[in-house]
Design a protein around this ligand. Structure first.
Ligand code: MG
Length: 186
């Protein structure tokens, strides 16, 4: 098992939509950013990329690239899911926290989980989203911005197609020294 962590912050400003986990949340202010500034999805993507040693979202989706201007971060999350799949990783679980003084996140959390799990082609119960305030302290407490933390676990899957399943199974020479029955190999 491998783990990854992600953290992101965006500034709250007038004239922007507030989008978290792909859900548009009614609020007089929204988050400022090159994309839709979905701080929750950004933290989740960085956790996933970190677990797979694939760098960070700045490397994959530079904020200087006009292609990503105003883009839905859920579309970027789909791409990150494909990158992990190409590297042979499956997602075990993701746990994330939104830190915001307001608005109340609870009514929107189930839809955030649904949007992210569909983008990653995993079950909703593999993603947990929590929200907290910082009791009026600091930049989140004073309503200047919203931050998010995320952590994830991934597993590299083994390709058993190279094993001879008609006779005695040879041991895996690549990683674990075991054959597919779980018996110790050569
Ligand atoms: Mg960001």
């Amino acid at each position: 098992m491998r783990v990854g962590m992600g953290y992101d912050v965006h500034k709250l400003t007038d004239g922007r939509k507030l989008i978290l986990g792909g859900v548009e949340i009614p609020c007089e202010k929204g988050l400022l950013g090159h994309s839709d500034a979905d701080v929750l999805v950004h933290a989740v993507m960085d956790a996933l990329l970190g677990a797979a040693a694939l760098g960070d979202i700045g490397k994959h989706f530079p904020d200087t690239d006009p292609e990503y201007e105003g883009i839905s971060s859920i579309r970027l999350l789909e791409h990150v899911g494909k990158l992990l799949e190409e590297k042979g990783y499956v997602i075990e679980n993701i746990d994330a926290t939104i830190i915001a003084q307001r608005p109340k996140m609870l009514p929107y959390i189930e839809n955030m989980r649904k949007n992210m799990s569909e983008a990653l082609k995993i079950e909703a119960d593999q993603i947990n989203v929590k929200a907290t305030t910082e009791e009026g302290l600091g930049f989140t407490g004073q309503g200047q911005g919203i931050s998010s933390h995320a952590i994830c676990a991934v597993e590299k899957y083994m390709n058993f197609s190279s094993f001879d399943v008609t006779g005695d199974m040879p041991a895996c020479r690549g990683c674990c020294g075991q054959n597919p029955k779980g018996e110790k190999g050569l």
